[in-house]
Design a protein around this ligand. Structure first.
Ligand code: ADP
Length: 451
């Protein structure tokens, strides 16, 4: 087992990882930018090292600085959390070259799943269903592009091969819009990912985003856990997650879980990861992508299974044999997670950084809060706007919704706008209560627009 782990991240996930390490008797090293000096992850860790100025490119993405901090502190492993360097193959490689363990899958697995076109073709070969699409990169000037779109069938979606965070996507309903949409998606992809390669697939209408947490060891064993339904999104970014999905029955759970396992095995996956699928109205499912990291929404799965996924991840990275068995997992109830972002939902989700006045989060039976903020904390404008995750566990979905609604009403973040009021609206929405949630839920039932 590792003796000292450096956490190359900040915010709630850095605190979450430090907590797991402490319970495992592992020493921790926090790294931070100069504006994050007073952050909770810095206070919680055994040691803390400043790795640069506020902009992430100069601190949390600064590989030489992070490696120097690992060297100085004598860490034997690095946990990248999510975001920042978590899916950066070069970083995984540098860790390895410096004799440090990267707490994540191999560089090869990250690479194979990081390029969406390559991942889709690999999944096809492995027998995992994929969305019908272009079989590779496309170009607006290709004379056959219109006939390809017609063959796939409108509406189609143009996606960035290096995509993430819902960026670089364009839905196209008619041929007239096709060329412009491809060019726009290409320029958005170039701006966001320095890679303008895009591909095309069938746009699945009113889909559900269903994903499976998987765990793999170095001996080739892979387990899958019950699904998370992440259909409540804004601009293709998740806002709320729940488990189990109100749409998935035990038979479909097993079929999809096995497909997720097949996907993970195809890339010899070690540690924790997530296989994402789109599910249409009839229950047909299609592989979308695999995230090769611990995800924001992992607590939903933790509370319904009783597992600690960060501890499992650390154990698997250090070479332990998988101790989780999919068929022996019991679903302990119904869980919901709401992401509390410092953004104003009434002003087009504009970020709301600044000094937090009186701040408190909910508690009581069945409520877990993962956060790094507190009264008097200043939310810096440099990083993502997630300030807390509220997770509830209840015996059933109705109870989980009432519990979440109660918990959200206890949130106080003086001076700072958050997404909590939006989540209250969702909890009180009749369609949400009835379980009819798809990825267009927000536009359809909350904002009533065609965004
Ligand atoms: P990212 O890596 O940017 O998160 P994903 O491929 O995971 O991108 O897709 C994010 C979201 O975009 C999905 O959850 C879904 O809402 C929407 N989406 C992506 N592909 C399709 C598709 N073929 N049909 C319908 N919706 C899609």
């Amino acid at each position: 087992m590792f003796k000292k782990i450096l956490i190359a991240n900040r915010g709630e996930i850095a605190c979450r990882i430090i907590r797991a390490c402490k319970e495992m008797g592992i020493k921790t090293v926090a790294v931070h930018s100069d504006v994050d000096r007073d952050c909770l992850h810095v206070k919680f860790a055994d040691e803390a090292i400043c790795i640069g100025p506020a902009p992430a490119t100069e601190s949390y993405l600064n590989i030489p600085s992070i490696m120097a901090a690992a060297e100085i502190s004598g860490a034997d492993a690095i946990h990248p959390g999510y975001g920042f360097l978590a899916e950066n193959t070069y970083f995984a490689e540098v860790c390895h070259a410096c004799g440090l363990h990267f707490i994540g899958p191999s560089k090869e697995s990250i690479e194979q799943m990081g390029d969406k076109i390559a991942a889709i073709s690999l999944m096809k070969k492995a027998g995992v269903p994929v969305v019908p699409g272009s079989d590779g990169a496309i170009d607006a000037q290709d004379p056959k592009i219109a006939s390809l779109a017609k063959k796939i069938g409108y509406p189609v979606i143009i996606k960035a091969t290096a995509g993430g965070g819902g960026k670089g996507m364009r839905i196209v309903h008619v041929e007239d819009e096709l060329k412009d949409a491809i060019m726009l998606a290409q320029s958005e992809a170039k701006a966001n990912f320095s890679n303008d390669e895009v591909y095309m697939e069938k746009y699945i209408e009113e889909p559900r985003h269903i994903e499976f947490q998987i765990l793999g060891d170095k001996f080739g064993n892979v387990a899958y856990l019950p699904e998370r339904d992440c259909s409540i999104q804004r601009r293709h970014q998740k806002l709320l997650e729940e488990s189990p999905s109100p749409f998935i029955n035990p038979k479909l759970r097993k079929t999809m879980g096995r497909a997720a396992r097949k996907a993970a095995k195809a890339v010899n996956y070690v540690t924790v990861g997530t296989v994402e699928f789109l599910v249409d109205k009839k229950g047909n499912f299609y592989f979308m992508e695999m995230n090769t990291r611990i995800q924001v929404e992992h607590p939903v799965t933790e509370v319904i299974t009783g597992l600690d996924l960060v501890k499992e991840q650390i154990k698997l990275a250090s070479g332990y044999k998988l101790s989780v068995h999919s068929d022996r997992i019991k679903i302990l109830g119904h869980a919901i997670e709401c992401r509390i972002n410092a953004e104003d939902p009434d002003a087009n989700f504009i970020p709301s950084p600044g000094l937090l006045g009186t701040t408190y989060f909910p508690g009581g039976p069945g409520v877990r809060v993962d956060t790094h903020v507190f009264s008097g904390y200043t939310i810096p404008p440099y990083y993502d706007s997630l300030i807390a995750k509220i997770i509830v566990l209840s015996p059933d979905r109705d109870d989980a919704i009432s519990r979440m609604s109660r918990a959200l009403k206890e949130v106080e973040t003086q001076n700072i706008k958050t997404t909590a009021p939006l989540h209250i609206k969702i909890m009180e929405n009749e369609e949400f209560k009835s379980g009819v949630v798809t990825t267009d839920f927000l536009q359809k039932y909350i904002y009533k627009t065609q965004e």
